[in-house]
Design a protein around this ligand. Structure first.
Ligand code: 13P
Length: 274
């Protein structure tokens, strides 16, 4: 099927920083203040490019206070959530807790959760639904490991994850979905997927969403690429028709570097100013 790319310009690019298990409730707000200052210096326009951060749970309260008191144009979200709403689930964080902290988004199914915490596609489907029950937008992470890529099975593998994780969503929910394609072999390795590889997978994801939910829904969902994104390679990846943003790990811990990614529109593909 031809990927439905005609409405690409209607999708606001999303530059998201996954801080992972870095930055406590003092360090997180300090980085966010510096980021907000840097974005304002480079005259970043939040209506053109949305910026979002994913701090540790313990930093979310302080991030909320900072965003509210400083009137910052930055969204934020949790890195994970429970598939359940409340009850005897020691150590878990519910979608409702995240919503009451002002979160807009929540990461679901990051490869580090799939691998280290053995999260299955069924659990991740329940997490996606839990997010929507409480008004959060899931940023669903999918992607293949190196062995699967080398075997040439990366598209089928990633689409199998996608199909299982979005099963049972309403068309309205699917239209608001954010899917991040993160090839595991490119995470934290400096090994970045080429723009064509990112586009190939994002086009396949959009085509699959179109098959499941219809084209008018699929053209609304935002698709991100994640894996060793830096200011110097962001522009080349983000110019691809089906890539609507980036999910950034290491480079999001540096305000200047992350702001440089958010400024991708003014960069040449080599990272220099236009
Ligand atoms: P890096 O940008 O450090 O490769 O991490 C990507 C990632 O896992 C974002 O969720």
């Amino acid at each position: 099927m031809t990927p439905p790319t005609d409405a690409a310009t209607d999708r606001t690019p999303l530059i998201a920083g996954n801080w992972k298990m870095n930055l406590d409730h003092v360090q997180g707000p300090a980085l966010l203040s510096e980021l907000a200052r840097t974005l304002s210096e480079i005259k970043h326009d939040p209506s053109r490019v949305e910026v979002t951060v994913f701090p540790a749970f313990t930093a979310l309260g302080a991030i909320q206070s900072l965003v509210q008191s400083g009137g910052l144009d930055v969204n934020y979200g949790g890195q994970d959530l429970s598939p359940f709403d409340s009850g005897a689930y020691t150590g878990d964080i519910s979608a409702q807790f995240l919503a009451s902290l002002g979160c807009t988004y929540v990461l679901v199914g990051h490869s580090e959760r799939r691998t280290i915490h053995y999260e299955t596609d069924d659990v991740l489907n329940a997490k996606v639904k839990a997010a929507y029950r409480h008004g959060l937008t899931p940023v669903l992470c999918v992607g293949e490991g190196l062995d699967i890529r080398q075997a040439g099975a990366h598209i089928e593998h990633t689409l199998t994850q996608l199909r299982a994780n979005v099963a049972g969503l309403t068309p309205e929910q699917a239209a608001g979905l954010v899917v991040a394609y993160e090839p595991v072999w490119a995470i934290g390795t400096g090994e970045v997927a080429g723009p064509e590889e990112a586009q190939e997978m994002c086009a396949a994801i959009r085509a699959e969403l179109s098959t499941i939910f219809g084209t008018t829904i699929a053209v609304k969902a935002r698709l991100l690429y994640g894996g060793s994104v830096k200011a110097s390679n962001a522009a080349a990846i983000l110019k691809e028709a089906d890539v609507d943003g980036a999910l950034v790990g290491g480079a999001s811990l540096d305000a200047t570097e992350f702001a440089g990614i958010a400024a991708f529109e003014g960069q040449t593909p080599s990272g220099g100013p236009v």
